[in-house]
Structures are given as structure tokens and as C-alpha cells.
Design a protein around this ligand. Structure first.
Ligand code: FES
Length: 491
């Protein structure tokens, strides 16, 4: 008998991005019923070879393998308390199913007996005989051992290892794995939750549990009122899912207008030279004061400069909002930029304070299911990297393409990152372009886009100097791309 799973779980089971299944739902090759996919349909679309590639079998084997021991259990499995609660819930469900089956079985046996008694000592009645044969045959079929539905087994096992959370009213979904709390899991899935401290002090991550159970993962100081507790409110940063399915009610940020202005004193975690004229600056915020931002946004960075008032420069964040404590920035050598001067002179070292103000900017990912095409020039790669990482976390984009123009000698300072994405993902491709003339470079990218199975039904994100952005925008508009699908940032 076919088993029903959500699209999110289906993607996990067959090892493809959720966006791939959503695309198949839209083009009609995958049928869903009330948001659920039958394992039969899934297996027909993804034969067993694909299923084995999902890595789930390996993950199960890893758990069983003693050699992986503590490391695997810590990474993959929730705490013993959570595991016990989920096992208990599943055992209850199993007990209910067994009880029902037993009663149905008794009912069929009683029916079979009653039919036989009806016939006893009477003239042969063809209709009664046919009915008796049908009941006997049906019972034999039900009692015969069916082949195990592997997807169903894996789904049951995943329900214990990971919990699936649905957010109302948006319908967004995410999974909770290992020891992660609800807030961390949602942010890792690319969702735009409302939160502040991340450690149970501010109450900003308060949500209402509509169905399912949560369990506390850490102590919190914020006091929920008795009314809030009775209405099912909880703090996402201090709780995880105790049941395998959870429904939460909350308001999520929609766009940059929902993200508050913040000021944080972060510390330099590392300065890494990526190329002769480009450094990677890693900042770490205090544990209790993280930066809430959207992928693609920028902040103003300020550091102490001897003999001068603190000078601030705007930098695009080059990391994903899912890691809100560790912020990455690409800093190019620039004598007019006081922060860059401090970085390149070696004055900004591990532990130096840097004031972070923001975030700002509207170059953020629009909600939708279209393939994404990114074009960046030099340091325009920073917000694009953040957007790509966010899109990957969302796992709902059918494909991503990146075109990166370098005008400086060391312009492709993260080509290894592009290669890593390309090797790890089936749905990511990139092209590196070099030109000292920004307009010629932009035109080269426009040509490359058109040569590369050009489809105007994509969302285009352009980031770089004005000439670069304007040249590409004009070309894409001329090719018929609607303005609503063009997003750009001049920097
Ligand atoms: S984010 Fe502050 S209490 Fe959860």
C-alpha cells in the first residue's frame, strides 16, 4: 500500500533538492494530493539507483557502525530525551495501528463465520458462495507478506532522527536535525525568522506551537506569562522538536523593511589574504548579540584608526544569514578606505574590535521558483555569494548560474568556491570572464548568458559598478526579460 509523505520529506528520501520536486509538481510529472506525495509515485519517478544515491542508506549504516560512534551520534541524532519522546510517540502510533488491524481481522473472521453459518443446511446459494470465496481470498491476500516499501521504512526512521516543522501561515517547512534548536534549524533552512539574542533573554523568537511537542534545550531568562504558556507559546532559540512533526505559528520577515537597524561591536576572528589585493575579513559577534540580516544586504564597518575619529565604510556581507555570528567580508586594497588601510597594514588583527552598523540595502532574494542567474563584477561577488548560499539553504531553486567578471588582476579571488559549488551541486554552473574594460566584459557576459540556454523566465541578480549593471540590464531588457525579474546593486 502506498505511503504519503510531504514534498520536503520526499526530497530527503530520494536525495534531490526540494526545488527539483517542486518543479516536477509544476510541470505535472509529479502528482501531489493535498501537498503529499505517494511513495509509489516517487519510486516510479526515482528508481532505486537514485534512492541509494541519497546517502540515507549510508547514514543508517553509519549509525549502526560502531566505528563512527560518538561523532555520528552527536551530529545526526538528537538528545536521548528527544529520541525517547519521538520513539514513544511512534510506538503509540504503531500500537494504535496494531489494535485497529487486530479488530479488523476479528471482524473479517466473524464475517466469514457468519456467511458459513448462513449457508449451513440450506440449498446451494451461488451468491453466498461467491461472497465467502471473496472474503477468504481477500483475507489470504492481506495476510500474505508484502514486499517492504523501502521509502516508507526510511520515512519512519527519519521521523525519529529528524523532525519536520511547518510554519503557519506561510507554509514554509524545515527540518530539525541533531542537537539544533528550532531557531538554528529554521535559519539554516534560509527562513527569515524574527529573533534577537539567540540565548533566551529577549523573547523576540517567541512562537505558538499549534501541534506537536517541543522540549527545552537550554536555560532561558525570558519569562513567558501564564497566559502565553497556556496558549502554547515557546522560545525557538531554547527549544527543539520533541515530536517528529511540528506546526508553529509566527510572523516571518518579508523583506528588508522588517529587519531592524542594529549596532554590534564584533571582534576580528581572522584576516586571510585571498589574493595580493584582496583579503577575507572574518568577524565574530558576541554570542548574545548576533546580526540579523538578509542575504545580499550590506553593513557599515568601523574600526579605530590612530589619530582619527572612527571611520565607517559600507561593505556587503559575503556570508549567509544562517550563520549570524560569523560574518564574512571581502576587502580590496584601497588607500581611500580607512578599514582597508587597517587590514592591509596589519593593524587589524585577531581580536580587534570592529563596529558593525546595519544592515541596509534591498538587493535580496525575491520569493519565487524561477531559476536564478547571477552576474557579478569584482567585489560584486560578495552579495552574490551571500545570495547563492541563501538560495542553497532554501533548497527550492531549480538551478543557479553565475557569471563573474574580473577587471582586476586578482579579480577571481574565490574561484575555488565556485568550483566547489559546481562539483557539489548538479544544478549549479558558473563562468569566469576577464576583461579590463567593464562594458566589454559586461557584453561578454551577456553573450555568454544567451549562448548558455538563455531563458527569460529566470530571475537575474546583477552586482558591480554602474556601467556593468546598466549594460547588462539594457541587454536583458532588450532580450525580453521583464523588469520584475531584474534585481541589481551598484557598488
Ligand atoms: S532570540 Fe532572544 S529569546 Fe530567543
Amino acid at each position: 500500500m502506498s505511503h504519503q509523505v510531504s514534498v520536503w520529506r520526499a526530497a530527503q528520501l530520494v536525495g534531490v533538492a526540494r526545488g527539483v520536486l517542486q518543479q516536477q509538481v509544476r510541470d505535472g510529472s509529479l502528482l501531489i494530493n493535498d501537498g503529499m506525495v505517494s511513495t509509489e509515485t516517487l519510486l516510479a519517478l526515482y528508481p532505486s539507483a537514485k534512492f541509494e544515491e541519497s546517502g540515507l542508506l549510508e547514514r543508517v549504516a553509519q549509525i549502526r557502525d560502531e566505528a563512527f560512534g560518538k561523532r555520528v551520534r552527536e551530529r545526526l541524532l538528537p538528545s536521548q530525551e528527544v529520541l525517547a519522546q519521538r520513539l514513544f510517540a511512534q510506538s503509540q502510533e504503531l500500537g494504535d495501528v496494531r489494535r485497529h488491524l487486530q479488530r479488523y481481522h476479528e471482524l473479517v473472521i466473524a464475517l466469514q463465520k457468519a456467511i458459513r453459518e448462513q449457508q449451513a443446511g440450506r440449498p446451494l446459494d451461488v451468491a453466498w458462495q461467491a461472497l465467502e470465496r471473496q472474503v477468504t481470498r481477500g483475507l489470504a491476500t492481506v495476510l500474505a507478506t508484502d514486499a517492504v516499501d523501502l521509502l516508507e521504512v526510511m520515512d519512519d526512521m527519519l521521523k525519529i532522527m529528524t523532525a519536520q516543522v511547518t510554519v503557519h501561515p506561510s507554509g514554509h517547512q524545515f527540518v530539525v536535525e541533531g542537537h539544533s534548536n528550532l531557531l538554528q534549524s529554521g535559519l539554516h533552512a534560509g527562513l527569515k525568522f524574527n529573533y534577537g539574542c539567540g540565548n533566551g533573554s529577549c523573547g523576540m523568537c517567541k512562537v505558538r506551537v499549534i501541534s506537536g511537542d517541543v522540549v527545552k534545550t537550554q536555560h532561558f531568562d525570558y519569562a513567558l506569562s501564564e497566559t502565553e504558556k497556556s496558549q502554547g507559546y515557546t522560545l525557538m532559540c531554547c527549544h527543539t522538536a520533541a515530536s517528529s512533526e511540528l506546526i508553529l505559528e509566527m510572523l516571518e520577515a518579508v523583506g528588508p523593511q522588517d529587519i531592524p537597524e542594529q549596532e554590534i561591536v564584533a571582534k576580528v576572528r581572522a584576516v586571510t589574504v585571498l589574493a595580493p589585493d584582496t583579503c577575507l575579513l572574518q568577524l565574530q559577534t558576541p554570542r548574545t548579540h548576533r546580526l540579523r540580516f538578509l542575504a545580499g544586504q550590506a553593513v557599515s564597518l568601523g574600526c579605530a584608526v590612530p589619530g582619527q575619529a572612527d571611520a565607517h565604510t559600507t561593505y556587503s556581507i559575503a556570508s549567509c544569514p544562517c550563520d549570524d555570528r560569523n560574518l564574512l567580508f571581502f576587502v580590496a586594497r584601497d588607500d581611500a578606505d580607512p578599514l582597508a588601510c587597517q587590514v592591509f597594514s596589519g593593524n587589524l588583527v585577531t581580536g580587534s574590535p570592529v563596529t558593525v552598523r546595519g544592515p541596509g540595502g534591498v538587493f535580496v532574494l525575491s520569493e519565487g521558483h524561477r531559476p536564478l542567474v547571477f552576474a557579478a563584477c569584482d567585489l560584486g561577488f560578495a552579495p552574490v555569494k551571500s545570495l547563492i548560499e541563501h538560495a542553497l539553504a532554501l533548497d527550492a531553486v531549480p538551478s543557479l548560474s553565475l557569471f563573474w567578471l574580473a577587471m582586476r588582476a586578482d579579480g577571481h579571488f574565490q574561484s575555488n568556491q565556485c568550483r566547489a559549488w559546481s562539483e557539489a551541486l548538479d544544478n549549479f554552473e558558473y563562468e569566469l570572464v576577464t576583461s579590463t574594460d567593464v562594458i566589454a566584459g559586461a557584453k561578454q557576459i551577456a553573450l555568454a548568458m544567451r549562448a548558455d540556454l538563455f531563458d527569460i523566465n529566470c530571475d537575474f541578480y546583477l552586482s558591480g559598478p554602474a556601467e556593468f549593471v546598466n549594460t547588462l540590464t539594457e541587454d536583458l531588457r532588450a532580450a525580453g526579460v521583464p523588469s520584475a525579474q531584474l534585481f541589481s546593486q551598484v557598488m
